[in-house]
Design a protein around this ligand. Sequence first.
Ligand code: SF4
Length: 509
Amino acid sequence: MELIDKLEVLADAAKYDVACTSSGIDRDAQKGKLGNTMAAGCCHSFAADGRCITLLKVLMTNVCVYDCAYCVNRCSNEVKRAAFTPRELADLTIAFYRRNYIEGLFLSSGVIKNPDYTTELMIQTLSLLRNEHGFRGYIHAKAVPGTSPELVDELGHLADRMSVNMELPSQKSLALLAPEKDKQRILAPMRQIRDNIAVDKDTRALVRKQTTYMKQVRPKKKERAFVPAGQSTQMIVGASPESDFQILNLSAALYRTLSLKRVFFSAYTPVNDDARLPGTDAVQLNREHRLYQADWLLRFYRFDVAEIIDEEHPFLDPEVDPKANWALNHLDFFPVEVNKAPLEALLRVPGIGVKGAHSIVRARRTTALGERELRRLGVAYKRARFFITCNGKYAGQGADFSREGLRAHLAVPTKGGNHGRRADKTCPGQMSLFESVETPEKARIAGGGAGSGRSLSEADRARLGDGTDGREGASAAPAQRRAGGTGRPAADGVFGWQRALEQPEAVPA
Ligand code: SF4
């Protein structure tokens, strides 16, 4: 199979994996080496549904010996199969990097033969990139559950970020939909990555202090840091009956116990006809979106999961974002005086973000803040005004200060900007690496037509194949996922995953 055909197959097969985002670390360019990476993110562009689009996101292979019900690459599916050799993928990455198509690599894989064999292929690829090509760009690598600890360690010294997919939020769902996986085999590498990161950081700190002991044990050759950008995971939402309550509690436990950088949620995409899966193709991106909003409240707004959701109302409100929902349930907390309230109180106001809250605290040292100043500081005043006073004057005059009255204002989706509903903005259909988004503006310029994109043209193929320069090509286009949550109550009540997380080290089966 031609390399370009492999790329089409394996980039397309990787599009369901959402666990990637900006790089999260700084690394300067170095003489004689290629590439650099910035904490601001190697992914400069994000698709309409929030996905990054400048990593080369591929599978090592879509050959897989496992049979996960929800996966297009499962062994029982008859799909076109392909596999890169390590050298092919390393050379391809460098070629794309030099053309400025990409700024890093997101490498995942189906399980070919067994987890160890698969990981060895990934290690060989990354070794070629790091050691032969001197590539210093961002690399995110997936760890396959069940891989030997030595190989996880080796992979971790080559990648910037690693992730182990949790896939499903409960052991029961895992047993039903991904019978070859189990939570202990998933948690074991996650714990190992957490511990190795901590040890690596401590060791480096000691080396920097130049202690006599560290001078003796310090290796001659400087070793790469272990997973310097931390680890993340991904959960599929809607393929199994777990509630948002369960998913958010599990996320909070993951942040707490495994020091994860991110938990990614992926709205279930029906790709297989399987009786074990929900028989729906209803768009459920809004559920995923609400989970991300709640996740941000946990990580940046000092919320506790119990403040966001409870067992009696186990699903997030689809009409109102979780922060606004908290505000509506705690009207006695408001209004907050923006010129005096502590930072923690400002963070609770709908329409005031983390940056806005800090800006308010800084700005009010020198001036009294009113509507004009708040708008200038980036506060979404249209939402915030119902919950604040400015110098003692209530800013939401005319509104009925009751749960129902304010809900009517907050439940209205804001058009455009970052606040619009993604489900309303995304285009239908899953797109491949080589497709482009058809916008109304593009359609108008092209004289109309409602196509959803284009396939790889002969010209593109020739350009990629013959190595001539070009600016088109490897941009992963946004993918809209259709999802089907069932809204049924959770299958296994209390959280099996969480119990496992809180337990002492578990030995993989
Ligand atoms: S392990 Fe499961 S989810 Fe991963 S590629 Fe194989 S079948 Fe798909």
